[in-house]
Design a protein around this ligand. Sequence first.
Ligand SMILES: [Zn+2]
Length: 427
Amino acid sequence: MEKSIYQLPFTVLSAYRFLRRSQHWNAAQLEQYQDAQLRALVKHCASHVPYYRELFAQIGFNPANFRGRMDMEKLPLLDKEIVRNHKDQLLADNAADFGITWDSTGGSTGTPLHFALSNRSQAYKIAALLRSFGWAGYRLGNRVCSVQSYYFKKKPWQRVLRYNLLRFDSNQLSPTAIRHFLPELRRFLPRFIMGFPFDIFTIATTAVDEGTPLPRPQAIITYGESLSPQRREDLQNLWQCPIYDFYSLHEGSAMISQCEKGNYHCIDDFAVHEYIQAGDHTELIGTNLYNHTMPLLRYRIRDFVTPTSQPCPCGKPFPVVDNIVGKVCDHILTPDGRLLGSVMSHSMDNAAGVIASQCVQTAIDTVEIRLRTDSNYTQASRLALEAGLRKRLGSKMKLFFYQVDELEKRPSGKTPFIISKIGHTYH
Ligand SMILES: [Zn+2]
């Protein structure tokens, strides 16, 4: 089996065909597959990834003895800080063979991170996402209204006839923009609405305030921030349709999605998911199976889950978790009336020397940027940070930067990227 792993084709279509089959495997087949993929990945790390070559030597880890999931604990966890500081050493010396696409994220902790993805990991990500959306009834070509960050210059929405898409730009979310958007949405009659739950909720509540009837989609697929039980219930009542929640990371280290029975499944043929107890919380640890360009073994995501041994009646081999606490964001209200939440996290992508960050709105025209920094933080990083924030917050917002030792935490244990002191809190 080991030999054939590298021969798997990595186009989206073939990845999709493969994943369509693997969802019908039994648990033993899935485990066997994960073990084989992990053995190949660890072997590759030992031969081609400078960071791991050194680490394995240091801890006396012999990759030849590595059997798979049962030996994962022999490897240390990988912190975001290590990825931030060692991204060049984490890049495989033969990365070009796998394709190199650089990407960045602020994640749920406001930690700017740059990483590289292989062609195969990207193909598998799209394919796994399509399969998950398929559990909600979605098929390619269905009419979709998508609500996420687009940076449209003029109107807050755009029709893409070719893909049967109506796109709404989360950066422009305001009651005025929504009022103008509603007639377009009603004409379009989306079969699915996808995107940030808060934004989809706000579109509906604005319509209710206006006395405008909403279209009735077949389902809503949410992602990009944590969906609280309250928000799920509100969305169900407002839109009168089922809600399917989807969780993934830019880094590709984990993926969790709801099946047709409503349970959250860890997508174990995409990444290996582990759980570790950290105080009162269970942390999600992820290892993408396909990114040989920059392998991240046992990546510490800093999001929480509640694992359960309860099987799901859908029969899929993927383990179930009861709950995910990922990105938990309050919202910033801009002086021009826009409400910005998770869409803000990319503002931090290019700030060198920032370990973690937090935006705290203290008045309608004031945001404090609290930063945990290291010695790479300079005036240039502050300017890059300000440019990223201005792009979303506009020129009227006053921004104050503070370097701090600790960021504010929630009782849930999460350190939210946005905190509102003026009432626009996450719930
Ligand atoms: Zn299920």
